[in-house]
Design a binder for this molecule. Structure first.
Ligand SMILES: NC(=O)c1ccc[n+]([C@@H]2O[C@H](COP(=O)([O-])OP(=O)(O)OC[C@H]3O[C@@H](n4cnc5c(N)ncnc54)[C@H](O)[C@@H]3O)[C@@H](O)[C@H]2O)c1
Length: 253
């Protein structure tokens, strides 16, 4: 039997950090033969990420710099994907940012920054990719939301709202694209050990760990495994939903 994703092409955003979720997702699906368009803010970092994936897994990969808040950048990513692979099977909207502070102190700029990247960025990249993706025989979109979007977290008015918005957008896209067989789902990670959470104060990191019934943060690979599931044939009757991958942190939500 061949590798599960051989002959498939994925665009994934927010993939430059070697310790981030985006890279773990790329590694996980490249292991199974998926070719990749790896997107992040900085071209050199994207090139380096793509080079590492090519060397490790023997797939084809290109890096494309893109700020997901700009439609023209997103369109350029898809143009490059088309030029290199002439098709697109999977879109993984993973790029995201934090700017935590209590609502009373949160500035309009803090709000706009997070909503622009986390929600508008998903809209723009999906819009740019949709034409090519809708031609795929079994296209898939996986959006990285967060349990914060389900529970609402203090100091995360911007982040929780953006991630809740991603779930609504996931449902809309699932309905709009269903006629063309494109499945759209979201993954809601809880606390994952990456640079994003590594930058939080130590006492906050300890508190987060305590709130997880499994008493440990997720590894990026724990999350990547669930993305892999949504992209796989095993998920062919699943669309418009989300999966919590949070060690039980938001049980009941
Ligand atoms: N780490 C966690 O605990 C956790 C929990 C739940 C959800 N998430 C979500 O998972 C995703 C990945 O998070 P991570 O922890 O790997 O974060 P990270 O900060 O390590 O990686 C995010 C990547 O996105 C890129 N990025 C930021 N703004 C961008 C933009 N405008 N255009 C293109 N790329 C941009 C960054 O350069 C970075 O490489 C995010 O959407 C995050 O909200 C993370």
């Amino acid at each position: 039997m061949g590798k599960h994703f051989e002959g498939k092409v994925a665009v994934a955003t927010g993939t430059a950090s070697p310790r981030g979720l985006g890279r773990a997702i790329c590694n996980r699906i490249a292991e199974e033969g998926c070719d990749l368009v790896m997107v992040d803010l900085n071209q050199e970092a994207c090139d380096q990420a793509a080079k590492e994936v090519v060397e490790a897994y023997g797939v084809k990969a290109i890096g494309v710099a893109c700020n997901v808040t700009k439609l023209s950048d997103c369109e350029n990513v898809i143009a490059k994907a088309k030029a290199s692979f002439n098709k697109l099977d999977f879109l993984i909207n993973n790029a995201g940012v934090l700017k935590d502070t209590l609502l009373l102190r949160m500035t309009e700029e803090d709000w706009d920054f997070v909503l622009d990247v986390n929600l508008k960025g998903v809209f723009l990249m999906t819009k740019a990719a949709s034409k090519l993706l809708l031609k795929a025989p079994s296209g898939r979109i996986v959006n990285i939301s967060s349990v914060s979007g389900l529970t609402g977290q203090p100091a995360q008015a911007n982040y929780s709202s953006s991630k809740a918005g991603v779930i609504a957008l996931t449902k809309v896209c699932a309905r709009e694209f269903s006629g063309r067989g494109v499945l759209v789902n979201a993954v809601c990670p809880g606390y994952v050990q990456t640079d994003m959470t590594g930058s939080l104060p130590n006492d906050v990191q300890e508190k987060l760990k305590e709130m997880v019934p499994l008493k440990r943060p997720a590894t990026p690979r724990d999350i990547a495994n669930s993305v892999r599931f949504f992209l796989s044939d095993d998920a062919s009757y699943i669309t418009g939903t989300y999966l919590r991958v949070d060690g039980g942190a938001a049980i009941g939500m």
